[in-house]
Write a new protein. Structure first.
Length: 304
């Protein structure tokens, strides 16, 4: 967004809650690869480089973003947690811990990574289980897990379980706890990444399809492992116990419990009409929550 505004000579201020630019994105496993192809995941003005893999790892992506920011001289005010955004005449008054300013326009681009979501009926203080959100999971956690339970049915659950399949040892067990149907789509069709097949329809506004489509598990490795008996699928958790969880027909006592239960948007500071949103689901188009859609929407907002 800052790059698109700078191209048009629009004065702007970027407020970052974290201690460094891209603070939230740096929490992602740097070895994890993007779900979407490299050429669809670049910011406005970025180009794919010779030798780039088909899907960049997050560590390399962040390095590219840092370089992009430096090359364009994009300033970021860090340690600026916004506490309120209020209407002030024809504009806005933005307050954060340490300052405030008046603005003609406000664009909220806080994303979701900084807000991992846990089930409402899970009380961390009431369990002795070792647990973590999927955002925190690294390879060494999966290597150490002999009895793994993953809760959730989206892309994050697939990433965790595919990582476990790559490092599991004889005798290791894994369960996938899911409410309702497990919907999965392949990574590619006829050798072409699935994201290229949906490139045209994802430009449509969500209202055309009656809202954003439900999130699906990306990749078929987990469904295949379930059919082969390598991973056991169980129902959604009914109760979380001190040393396990009740999944309906079975009680599980894992040595690692992973919540692949997604994220929630940070909007507590927003109480003013007219704020523009960038990177939200649903948004201007079906692609709005993803890097490729953010790049398009940033250009759109800058033109406005």
């Amino acid at each position: 967004m800052a790059a698109c505004l700078a191209e048009r000579g629009v004065d702007h201020v970027v407020l970052e809650r974290g201690a460094t630019p891209l603070a939230a994105l740096r929490r992602v496993d740097p070895d994890m690869r993007l779900l979407s192809p490299t050429r669809l995941s670049l910011l406005p003005g970025m180009r794919r480089r010779a030798g780039d893999p088909s899907h960049l790892p997050f560590g390399e992506l962040i390095a590219r973003f840092d370089e992009y920011r430096r090359e364009r001289g994009l300033a970021v005010t860090c340690d600026a947690e916004v506490t309120s955004v209020e209407r002030d005449g024809a504009g806005f008054r933005v307050r954060w811990r340490g300052g405030e300013l008046a603005a003609d326009r406000v664009i909220n681009a806080t994303g979701i990574i900084s807000q991992p979501h846990l089930p409402e009926n899970f009380d961390p203080a009431a369990t002795r289980l070792r647990w973590m959100h999927s955002l925190e999971v690294r390879r060494h956690h999966l290597e150490a897990a002999r009895r793994l339970v993953v809760i959730g049915a989206g892309p994050s659950a697939a990433e965790v379980l595919e990582g476990w399949l790559a490092v599991r040892r004889p005798g290791d067990q894994a369960w996938l706890s899911v409410r309702g149907r497990l919907r999965a789509v392949p990574h590619s069709i006829l050798g072409l990444d699935i994201h290229y097949w949906v490139w045209l329809p994802e430009h449509l506004p969500p209202r055309v399809l009656g809202g954003a489509p439900p999130e699906r598990m990306l990749g078929t490795a987990v469904p295949r492992a379930i059919r082969a008996g390598t991973i056991t699928r169980v129902g959604g958790p009914r109760r979380y116990l001190a040393d396990g969880l009740d999944a309906g027909e079975v009680r599980l006592e894992p040595d690692l419990l992973v919540f692949a239960t997604g994220f929630r948007y940070s909007t507590a500071h927003l109480d003013a009409p007219g704020v523009e949103l960038l990177g939200y689901r649903p948004g201007r188009t079906l692609a709005s929550p993803y890097l490729r859609g953010i790049a398009r929407d940033a250009r759109h907002l800058a033109r406005r």
